[in-house]
Design a protein around this ligand. Sequence first.
Ligand SMILES: CC(C)(COP(=O)(O)OP(=O)(O)OC[C@H]1O[C@@H](n2cnc3c(N)ncnc32)[C@H](O)[C@@H]1OP(=O)(O)O)[C@@H](O)C(=O)NCCC(=O)NCCS
Length: 170
Amino acid sequence: MTLRIEPFAPYHAPAVQCLASDPRIAAMTLLPEPYPEDGAFTFIRLAMQARAAGEAYSFAVLAGDELIGSCGLKEVHDGQADLGYWIGVPFWGRGYASEAARLIVAFGFDELGLDRVTAHALERNPGSWRVLEKVGFTLLERVANPFAKWTPEDIIRRYALDRADWIVSR
Ligand SMILES: CC(C)(COP(=O)(O)OP(=O)(O)OC[C@H]1O[C@@H](n2cnc3c(N)ncnc32)[C@H](O)[C@@H]1OP(=O)(O)O)[C@@H](O)C(=O)NCCC(=O)NCCS
């Protein structure tokens, strides 16, 4: 099924709350763990504020009318932004993350006029870095995990996709 993305709004909250509460989402992302009871409403309120300020652009990922995940660009500055995404567990393995990542990357280059999109994924999360590689991202380096959430022994793979490479590959 062809996916579409739309800016987060309060009516997305029930579906986000349901899908993001699965601990398999927070295990690989910086989402809070356990996911708070008002987590989706708080996330969407902050996402709307960040969009208005031009700091971050978060989107609901929809298959038909059903919300199946989230993707976004944050830390938007100096022609760069950082990509993040998750897909609800019932929808894994259908190519949805790869398709959603392509949509948000196109938004970043075409609508925001970015020169570079960066991304990172845990080494032990091959599903995520496979998504990045399928979309055309290049592995920059493997670094020790800087986030408090995981152990210092965890390795983070850092990726980037430049506008010129995106134009050639699209
Ligand atoms: C990682 C995640 C986004 C993948 O979503 P998805 O919709 O299942 O991904 P896709 O179907 O587009 O698969 C992309 C590729 O990754 C591969 N893949 C997916 N899950 C995998 C896994 N657990 N192990 C190895 N490869 C995997 C797929 O086979 C596919 O590669 P292929 O086309 O060569 O076969 C999803 O599992 C998820 O949301 N996980 C929790 C949150 C998360 O990790 N977010 C990213 C944080 S950096």
